[in-house]
Design a protein around this ligand. Structure first.
Ligand code: GCB
Length: 640
């Protein structure tokens, strides 16, 4: 058995992106709620800059409306021109900052934006403090100095967000101007995208202020390993603002007891009788988390407590191993998507989705097609849901999106993604793209560079991209650790012909495996079903057809998972919104749940299957577990 991921090194640090947490030395002030909002509907879309809307209150230079944050702005009003708006929108919020933050000059005040889609500029009291490209990752600015300049004023935060995509953004898009006056109104333009979800925009994740002392813990990187019953936590702490660094690192178990400690900035903690982090349904105590507390002393005290899980990930030519045991992905692909909120973070929805995942017996998901909120990954850590973490490299179809500017941005996005998510035990693999035109000649150098770069950032996790191209012409496959393949037999190919699935799926697997000898995940498969539409014999778009597509795929998975298929991820967990088009009926209907999270017939098929798979793949030592969510007596785990 040869491992392709033998190294256990800590990746280099340069500027951290630790999730803001309260501690004895840090405060967090959430700015969720109502913000003031205006879309710049001027023909050039640049009136806001010409009139410097950031210099005074937005309400002083034109009409404003209420806008909830976090949320996409598109579905909040009855105005279709706002739903389909292209260009700059302006958000504003005034905050009263605690006096202690102003008075104590030894405090850093940091403004953090969880996600602003797509391109954004931030001002505080009229002064630009940040600019960020990319819609799915956080960015920050230190604003203490600015707000101390005039402590009597509230702190006015203005954020301008632009959803325009270009051939060099991730995802890419193009703006098309329609100049024929006999066909289109004057100045008419539309945005073309090459991906299948609505390009929701706005402040999608929490915006907040947090404090740290001026000497502070800037970043922590953790890599874990174990041998027999000893766990190893390799860690490295990056400190900023301190002349001399003096710190204490304490690892606590989930009863709060210290199990290892050190005073070094970098080192290895040894954990006797380690509790490993196991995926949901693989072990009777899944998702065990320790807390790594870093306490900086000396120039001032800073405390940061990072939840960590001790686990390993490896890939062989036929298996995916977690803690040296074969792991089979039985899970879903998701979207951040719901009624009214669009892509806005919504706790009721998040908790509901996790309850549904557990009901389903799913042990994993892919963050199709962009990084999800950190809050969601924290839930995965806590519940043992394994994650394939995907960057927003979706819809790379045009040869001009393989140029240097695109690649440079793609590398930057991977830096940001790995920096943000490197310490999550639930994240077991990076996906650098979804269905790029990987048969085009420039794809070879592009993906070689991208994958090598990602592996250098994090040598401990496998790297892949999701393909739907022909196995023989795919240029990037030699560089990935795992083949992830999407296919829609009897849907986009041979529509209506369910009988072709077994032979075509078998051929797909054999071709890919024989050529590359790498494990394979069926990273997407499925069929649209409009909830409540029925026909027997099954016809396309009915619940019965979706169900039978799944069953046909499952029969082949059951043969191939004995060999080299290591996972199956249904497309999709829930129905989701797309751009309007003749193949979409109020969005994509391949969900096994509706957009409102009600099950279609396929959900019950999948639930039976996933619990049955869990029953077959859990660890032999785990014999007394009765799945509390399962109502199917024949799916109980095997007895001793
Ligand atoms: C795919 C894409 C996904 C689409 C799906 C579909 O291959 O990766 O974004 O939504 O097919 O339903 O067409």
């Amino acid at each position: 058995m040869c491992s392709v991921l033998p190294q256990r090194t800590v990746c280099p640090l340069s500027g951290g992106m630790l999730f803001p947490r309260e501690s004895t030395s840090r405060d967090v002030k959430h700015l969720s709620g109502l913000w003031v909002f205006r879309a710049d509907k001027s023909p050039s879309r640049s009136l806001g800059f010409e009139k410097a809307w950031f210099k005074s209150r937005l309400s002083e230079n034109g009409p404003v409306i209420d806008m909830p944050v976090p949320a996409s702005y598109n579905d909040i009003t009855q105005d279709s021109s706002l739903r389909d708006f292209l260009g700059w929108v302006w958000y504003e919020r005034e905050v009263v900052v605690p006096a202690s933050w102003i008075q104590n000059k030894e405090i850093r005040v940091v403004l953090r934006v969880g996600s602003a889609h797509y391109y954004s500029i931030v001002w505080v009291n009229g002064v630009q403090v940040a600019e960020h490209i990319g819609g799915h990752l956080p960015f920050e600015a230190e604003i203490g100095g600015l707000i101390r300049k005039d402590p009597t004023r509230p702190c006015r935060i203005t954020i301008a967000v632009n959803n325009t995509l270009t051939l060099e953004t991730l995802p890419p898009g193009t703006i098309q101007h329609m100049d024929d006056p006999t066909m289109y109104p004057n100045g008419y333009f539309v945005q073309n995208t090459y991906f299948d979800f609505f390009n929701y925009a706005g402040l999608h994740r929490p915006v907040l202020l947090y404090t740290t002392p001026t000497a502070y813990v800037d970043d922590i990187t953790v890599v874990t390993d174990f041998s027999d019953n000893i766990g190893f936590v390799h860690y490295k702490v990056s400190v900023q603002g301190a002349i001399t660094v003096s710190l204490k690192v304490t690892l606590m178990n989930n009863d709060g007891e210290c199990v290892a400690s050190s005073t070094e900035q970098e080192g290895v903690l040894r954990v006797v009788d380690v509790n490993l982090w196991w995926p949901y349904l693989m072990h009777e105590k899944p998702a065990y988390l320790y807390t790594l507390e870093v306490r900086l002393t000396g120039d001032g005290e800073d405390v940061y407590a990072l939840p960590i899980g001790i686990r390993t990930v490896e890939v062989t030519s036929t298996q995916f191993l977690i803690n040296n045991k074969p792991f089979y992905f039985h899970g879903v692909n998701k979207h951040e998507d719901s009624d009214i909120r669009g892509k806005g973070l919504d706790w009721p929805l998040i908790v509901k989705d996790f309850n549904l995942l557990k009901w389903l017996g799913a042990n994993s998901f892919r963050t199709s097609h962009y990084p999800y909120a950190e809050e969601i990954l924290q839930m995965c850590d806590r519940h043992g849901i394994v994650v394939i973490d995907e960057c927003p490299g979706v819809g790379i179809k045009d040869i001009r999106s393989f140029g240097n500017a695109s690649l440079t941005h793609h590398l930057d996005v991977m830096d940001e993604l790995v920096r943000r998510d490197k310490n999550h035990p639930s994240v077991v693999m990076w996906s650098v793209a979804n269905e790029p035109a990987s048969e085009m000649p420039p794809a070879e150098l592009y993906f070689m560079t991208l994958i090598k770069h990602t592996k250098a950032l994090d040598p401990t996790r496998p790297v892949t991209y999701i393909t739907n191209s022909n196995y023989a012409r795919d240029k990037g496959a030699p560089f990935v650790d795992i083949i992830c393949v999407n296919s829609y037999f009897s849907w986009y190919h041979d529509p209506g012909h369910l009988e072709v699935i077994p032979i075509q799926l078998n051929t797909q697997f054999e071709n890919w495996y024989n050529r590359y000898q790498k494990p394979i995940i069926q990273s997407e498969y499925g069929a649209d079903a409009v909830s409540g539409l029925h026909s027997d014999p099954p016809m396309m778009f009915t619940e019965e057809y979706q169900k039978v597509v799944l069953q046909n795929y499952h029969n082949v998975f059951d043969q191939k998972r004995k060999q080299y298929v290591v996972g199956e991820l249904i497309w999709n967990f829930a129905d989701f919104m797309t751009a309007q088009g003749i193949t979409r009926v109020m969005g994509n209907k391949k969900g096994i749940f509706t957009r409102q999270r009600q099950p279609k017939a396929a959900a019950f098929i999948l639930r039976e299957r996933y619990w049955s798979l869990a029953n077959q793949t859990m660890l032999p030592s785990w014999t007394k577990y009765i799945p509390e969510h399962s109502v199917c007596p024949h799916l109980q785990p095997r007895q001793p």
